[in-house]
Each structure stands twice: as C-alpha cells, then as structure tokens.
Design a protein around this ligand. Structure first.
Ligand code: RP5
Length: 177
C-alpha cells in the first residue's frame, strides 16, 4: 500500500459515518490516506504523539473531525506545522455549532482550516486536502480540474431538465390552450 499523505483523525469511531465522506474524496483523487481514532480529551497523549510524528511519517495534511467541545484539530495543530483541516461533527445537543466554534475560533498563531458542519464539510475537507497536495502534483491538479468540470456539467444538466419541466408546465397550462 502507498505511503499515506493524508491522515484522517476522529474524536470517536462514531464520527466515521460522517468522516467517511473525506475518505471517499481522497480515494476519488487517488490520494493514499490513513484513518485513526484519537481524542484530545480522552487520549491527550496519543493525540499529541500522532500529531508530532505525522510529518516524519510522510503525512502532508491532517483532517480532524470531532463533535462537542471539539479540541481535536486545535490540539493537533498545536503539535505540528502541517496544515490541519477541521470538520465539525453534529454529534451533540447543539447540532455541531459547538464544534464549529471550537475549531474556527482558534487563537492567532495556530490555524485550523475549518469546513462546514457534517457531511458536506467532510467531503470538502477531502477536496481541500487534495487542492493543497495538488500544488506540488500536476496530475492531481488535472484530476481536480476534471472534478470541477463534472460539477459544472451537472449544473448544466440540472438546468436543462428544469427548463424542460417548466416548458411542459407552460404548454399544459389552461392559458396556453
Ligand atoms: C467527540 O465527542 C467525538 O468527536 C464525538 O463526535 C463526540 C461523542 O463521542 P462518543 O461519546 O460518541 O464516543 O469527542
């Protein structure tokens, strides 16, 4: 298996159904990754060690997902100079708003690139990691351009379908008879 260049860390195995979205994006762009569970609060030493050792192991970007009082991405960012992307997970009674604020409101000097709460955020974390890696990888940059072209083509198709439905409604309306 290829050496992982992205490390996905989650505060709990229960975060996996959401964080899987990041893994799927990395796989789509052919980026080797690893996934692990670690918790800033429940396993602080394990979290610090994995963040500290990531660069030596060839990791270039970390994605950290957590819910509640989500310290995980910030603690990882404190222990490494690698870019850290934070994914707020909707796993508490505050629906992820607590995790979002914990990640986005990092003090000056220790950034966490925070994405949206939940599934869209997890997928975007995978894409953002790919975009960072693509700065040094022209083949990956080409795959990202292709992905953007597919997004745009999807919008064109959706609009064509919508216009056809609207036309059908207009043609079938009493005023047009
Ligand atoms: C956070 O607490 C985890 O990231 C998870 O989203 C949340 C709840 O964890 P579990 O009690 O389900 O393990 O640290």
């Amino acid at each position: 298996m290829a050496q992982a260049v992205v490390y996905i860390v989650m505060g709990s195995a229960n975060d996996w159904p959401i964080m899987q979205g990041a893994a799927e994006m990395l796989a789509r762009f052919h980026i080797p990754y690893e996934v692990t569970v670690s918790s800033a609060h429940r396993a602080p030493q394990r979290t610090a060690a994995l963040a500290h050792e990531a660069a030596q192991r060839g990791v270039q970007v970390l994605i950290a997902g957590a819910g509640g009082a989500a310290a995980l991405p910030g603690v990882i960012a404190a222990e490494t100079a690698l870019p850290v992307i934070g994914v707020p997970i909707d796993s508490s009674s505050l629906q992820g708003l607590d995790a979002l604020l914990a990640m986005v409101q990092m003090p000056q000097g220790v950034p966490v690139a925070t994405v949206a709460i939940g599934k869209a955020g997890a997928a975007n974390a995978g894409i953002l990691a790919a975009q960072i890696l693509a700065l040094q990888d022209p083949a990956l940059a080409a795959r990202l351009r292709q992905y953007k072209a597919e997004l745009a083509a999807g919008v064109e198709r959706a609009d064509t379908t919508l216009q056809a439905q609207l036309q059908e409604q207009r043609d079938g309306s009493p005023a047009s008879r």
